[in-house]
Write a protein that binds this ligand. Structure first.
Ligand code: NAI
Length: 382
């Protein structure tokens, strides 16, 4: 079978990590399926390359192609200093309604971690990507907009807010919560994962974070009945996918102290932002953290790091995050065997202690290799 993958090389270290990663993905597919499955790569322009060629950072033709695509992968994109929008990434997420940000967090043998048992960490974070205080609906202190809102709150809703306050809004909808939790539960069912934990701050923000919890349980009960069970039912011996919930602050303790008890996490935007970076740190940092942003039609894979401008063009970047994002793409395409080969190969290279500079500083006795060589070593270990 042949599947089309649209790709954007990205800015800064984007082209070099892309050049190191793409041959690994192709070789893994070939090794796993001996030519039975193939990728057709189609490049799309975005970022500085697009600007140089078309005068536009995000050409409409790129958005049109992505609108019809089901698989895409991108390198990091710099936020242009001018251009009329906040960030290319935010624009892509909003325009394409990429509402679920999914980040698997697992440990690779050989990486230094602050945990005693990092090998117990194997979680997948589903973070809502479009709502919450993170949506950026806010006004600076002492602006006419903030003052008007404060007057409205005082006069109409009888809520007292300091005249000099900056104001931000936290929209959270039933549709937004349910579609995110649906993706998380479906993933857990498909992958045979033991639990989905709804992470929220509903004890304080009852009608937003608390509603996320309520809607999450409702969704699991209504759409996955027969498959899911509560924590109480699990305690009395019933079998099934456990849906439980944890308050966000307690969850940060839980993932440190009892990581083996958590598998799939579904959470609101800001909680998810903090939690996925904290979890990545537990297994050795962002250098090897892959990710995907998904809508109902498109899975758009990307490394979690940025363009690393200070090391761009120096063959120093770690292509691991993009290689692992590519492995996620293969898994999503139904080619899990090829993805498995990549995970094993990355682990083998890390164990051999031949790593890029970011990991070399963390691993005692390691030998530093360049971006290209790291990719080649992974390819040779497949
Ligand atoms: P960054 O992730 O580019 O860099 C943070 C630090 O990590 C730097 O010290 C960098 O050298 C290092 N680093 C990052 N990736 C690395 C890799 N693969 N190998 C080795 N070292 C690596 O974050 P920063 O500096 O905040 O952002 C730089 C630019 O990237 C900005 O324009 C930002 O908007 C953009 N960005 C884009 C993202 C995306 O496209 N998804 C995500 C984050 C930032």
């Amino acid at each position: 079978m042949r599947k089309t993958v649209y790709y954007i090389q990205g800015d800064g270290i984007g082209p070099e990590v892309w050049n190191a990663a793409r041959p690994v993905l192709e070789k893994a597919l070939e090794q796993a399926y001996k030519g039975k499955h193939e990728l057709e790569w189609i490049e799309l322009l975005a970022g500085e390359k697009a600007y140089a060629e078309t005068g536009d950072y995000l050409p409409q033709s790129t958005l049109d192609s992505l609108d019809k695509a089901s698989l895409a992968i991108k390198g990091p994109l710099a936020t242009p200093v001018s251009g009329g929008f906040r960030s290319l990434n935010v624009t892509l997420r909003q325009t394409l309604d990429l509402y679920a940000c999914i980040r698997p967090v697992r440990y690779f043998q050989g990486i230094e971690s602050p945990l005693k048992r990092p090998d117990l960490v194997d979680m997948v974070v589903f973070r809502e990507n479009t709502e919450d205080v993170y949506a950026g609906i806010e006004w600076a202190a002492n602006t006419s907009e903030a003052r008007r809102l404060i007057s409205f709150l005082r006069d109409e809703l009888k809520v007292s807010v300091s005249e000099s306050a900056a104001i931000g809004l936290k929209p959270v909808t039933e549709k937004g919560c349910k579609r995110l939790v649906r993706k998380a539960v479906q993933y857990a069912v498909d992958q045979g994962r033991p639990s989905v934990t709804l992470v929220h701050k509903g004890n304080i923000m009852k009608f937003t974070e608390g509603a996320f919890r309520t809607w999450g349980y409702e969704l699991a009960r209504d759409e996955f009945s027969g498959l899911t069970i509560t924590e109480d039912e699990a305690g009395s011996g019933k079998k099934g996918l456990v849906i439980n919930d944890r308050i966000a602050d307690a969850m940060f303790q839980e993932v440190l102290m009892r990581p083996e008890q958590y598998s799939v996490i579904a959470t609101t935007n800001l909680n998810g932002d903090y939690l996925s970076d904290a979890l990545a740190a537990q297994v050795g940092g962002l250098g090897l953290a892959p990710g995907v942003n998904m809508s109902d039609s498109l899975a758009f894979f990307e490394p979690t790091h940025g363009t690393a401008p200070t090391i761009a063009g120096k063959d120093m970047a770690n292509p691991g995050s993009l290689i692992l994002s590519g492995a996620m793409l293969l898994e999503h395409a139904g080619w899990g065997k090829a993805a498995g080969l990549i995970y094993e190969a990355v682990e083998k290279v890390i164990k051999s202690k031949k790593v890029t500079v970011d990991l070399a500083t963390q691993i005692k006795g390691s030998t530093r290799v360049g971006c290209r060589e790291f990719g080649e070593l992974v390819g040779m270990s497949l």
